[in-house]
Every structure is written in structure tokens, then in C-alpha cells.
Design a binder for this molecule. Structure first.
Ligand code: NAD
Length: 321
């Protein structure tokens, strides 16, 4: 029997890549989103344009063709962006993403879905000092996320788990690190730091100046899209319950991130630090639960950015000159 999978958020960065991976692995895939993928045609067998804030649309999304049932539902739809968007659009994030998750979880459980994946975030954790030891998954509690996006994710995690307890739906929850790669948002206000810095680097001549929000000391880890997809597939097939961190543990400062992109671009630039939303000072969390399921990161930051920078550069050359 061919596996049938539903991917919500299939018009977005991670969702569109996930559709490609599931197709490559032999599944029949329905993609759902409020918009089509921006950078290439969807690989899904069927693509429905639906606003998942509406309960009726969530019911339609989880109803497989010919009265059959999806074997797996992947819920990645969210009102989402980098730190600039997260700070500017608190109300939209809390309303839109909560509505999507409330209706999707309820509809999937009512439709008798057996396996449900929810994309949570490392933003559920509190702020950290750079030298603090790694946080484990349980240390998301007592909860103190740094932003409302993180609070919404925690609520949605809890809701999915509650429906899982009531209906027996196997719920798998990944807490993603900051993820990057080709075909990710690179301009417009929702882009995240790696894509934004690749764009800024591509836009200037050798010897130019780029602006970086904050003093560049914030510590982060970044995960290349193919590593994340490996983790999603492994987690969905595993028996790991509750939130599971997925992310490469290569922690660098924002200044180091700029330096790596600078080297890949073959430019020497001056960095000008300006005021802007920076987010937490540090992130440092364990990845031993997903590692126990067999996950290993295959792409160093340098490898991943070497695949991402040329793609962003092509976009900049096509759209900005
Ligand atoms: P993305 O913005 O590219 O994808 C999200 C998709 O959800 C978009 O295509 C958007 O159109 C869709 N969507 C939004 N509102 C919708 C609605 N009302 N109805 C239907 N679709 C709607 O973001 P992404 O980077 O691909 O993230 C995917 C998931 O992973 C999100 O849940 C996000 O919170 C989570 N996540 C991402 C990262 C990251 O670094 N990219 C990190 C942590 C968690």
C-alpha cells in the first residue's frame, strides 16, 4: 500500500521541501496552504489552496480522496517569520497560528488520523546565558518563552498532546532550530538571519558595508534543511513522545555567521551594528533524544551556507538589479 501523507504549510519553505522528500520516499502527498510555493512548482500529487484558520477548511484538508484516510498528517502551517516579524506581528501570530492549530488538531483527531506531526520551535525555551549548560526538552518548563510565537507553540504542543491522549492519535512534536537553505524566504520582512545576511552580502560590492541588528554576539545554531528533513522523517517513524529538539549543535555568534558568509562570497566587508530585534542572547539545547532515533547532522554551517548563498545571490541578481 502506498502511504498517503498530508502536508499543511506545503507552500512554505520547510513544507515544500518536505513534500519533495515524501514524494522521493514513495508517498502519495496532498499539500495544503493559503499560497502556492514561491520558488518552484509543488511536488505534491494534489495541492489545495485553503485558509486553515477556518475549521471547515481543516476538515476538508484531512479528508483523503475516495473516503480513505491519510496515514500521516504533517502540520507546518503557521504565520511565521524571522525576529523582525516575530516582534512586529505578535497579535497576528497568536491569533492566526493558534486558530490553525486548534482546528487542525481537532479535525485530524476527529478524522481518525493515526499519526500527527506538529512543527514546534526552539522559541519555546527561555533566554539563556551563553555559558549555561544545554537545556533538555523537559526544561521548557517552567515555561518562559522569550516571545509570543514561542508561547503559541507551547500551547499548540499541549493541545496536540491532549488530543493524542484522548483519541490515541500518535502525536510527534519537533522543536526546530533556526533552519535555512535554498528556497527559503530571503526578503520582504519575514526572512531569518541566514537568508537576510546572504542577501545583504550578495547586494554589496567587495569592500562594502552591511548592517547587522544588535552587537553580533547573540549565540545561535543553524540547521540545514536536508538535516531537518532527516529528523522529521525519523521522528515521525519513531515512538518518541512529547517535544523533541531537532537541530545541529554548532553554536556560533551572529558575527561568526557573517564571517562564514563573507568567506563563501569571497568578499571583505565592514559590519555596522545597528539597533534591531535580536531575540534571546543564547540558545543551547540537547539533541540526544533525536540522536537516539539515529539522527546525525550531515551539513556543517559552512556546507549548508555554501549551498544557500549561491541560491540567494541568483535571487538578488534576478530581482534587485
Ligand atoms: P513558512 O512561512 O515558509 O511556511 C509556513 C506556511 O504556512 C506558509 O507557506 C504560509 O503560507 C502557510 N500559512 C500561513 N497561514 C496559513 C493559513 N491561514 N492557512 C494555510 N496556510 C497558511 O515557514 P517555514 O520556515 O517553512 O516553517 C514551517 C513550520 O516550522 C512553521 O510552523 C514554523 O513555525 C516552524 N519552524 C520553522 C523554523 C525555521 O527556522 N524555518 C524554526 C522553528 C519552527
Amino acid at each position: 500500500m502506498i502511504k498517503k501523507a498530508l502536508v499543511c504549510g506545503a507552500g512554505g519553505f520547510i513544507g515544500s521541501h518536505l513534500v519533495k522528500r515524501l514524494k522521493k520516499d514513495g508517498a502519495w502527498v496532498r499539500g495544503v496552504d493559503i499560497k502556492r510555493p514561491e520558488f518552484s512548482a509543488t511536488a505534491a500529487d494534489e495541492f489545495l489552496l485553503l485558509d486553515l484558520r477556518e475549521e471547515a477548511n481543516c476538515r476538508a484538508a484531512v479528508a483523503a480522496p475516495r473516503g480513505e484516510r491519510f496515514d500521516e498528517v504533517y502540520q507546518l502551517a503557521a504565520d511565521m517569520g524571522g525576529m523582525g516579524f516575530i516582534h512586529a506581528a505578535e497579535c497576528e501570530i497568536m491569533r492566526n497560528s493558534a486558530l490553525i492549530n486548534i482546528h487542525m488538531t481537532h479535525s485530524a483527531a476527529n478524522a481518525g488520523i493515526k499519526r500527527y506531526f506538529f512543527s514546534s520551535s526552539a522559541c519555546v525555551y527561555r533566554d539563556m546565558r551563553p555559558e549555561e549548560p544545554e537545556l533538555s526538552e523537559e526544561e521548557a518548563y517552567p515555561a518562559l518563552p522569550d516571545n509570543e510565537y514561542g508561547w503559541e507553540k507551547l500551547y499548540a504542543e499541549r493541545m496536540a498532546m491532549a488530543y493524542g491522549r484522548r483519541t490515541g492519535m500518535a502525536v510527534r512534536i519537533a522543536r526546530f532550530q533556526n533552519t535555512y537553505g535554498p528556497e527559503g524566504t530571503w526578503r520582504g520582512g519575514r526572512e531569518k538571519a541566514p537568508a537576510a545576511l546572504c542577501r545583504k552580502m550578495a547586494e554589496i560590492e567587495d569592500g562594502g558595508t552591511i548592517e547587522v541588528w544588535g552587537d553580533g554576539s547573540a549565540m545561535r545554531a543553524y540547521t540545514y534543511i536536508d538535516d531537518l528533513l532527516d529528523g522529521i522523517i525519523l521522528l515521525m517513524g519513531s515512538d518518541l513522545e512529547n517535544g523533541v529538539n531537532i537541530g545541529r549543535q554548532e553554536y556560533v555568534s551572529v558575527n561568526d555567521l557573517v564571517g562564514t558568509i563573507e568567506a563563501i562570497a569571497g568578499k571583505t566587508v565592514t559590519v555596522k551594528h545597528i539597533d534591531g530585534p535580536v531575540g534571546v542572547k543564547a540558545r543551547n539545547f540537547r539533541a540526544d533524544r533525536i540522536a537516539a532515533a539515529g539522527w546525525r547532522s550531515r551539513f556543517s554551517l559552512r556546507d549548508g551556507l555554501s549551498r544557500t548563498y549561491p541560491w540567494v545571490k541568483v535571487q538578488v541578481e534576478a530581482h534587485c538589479k
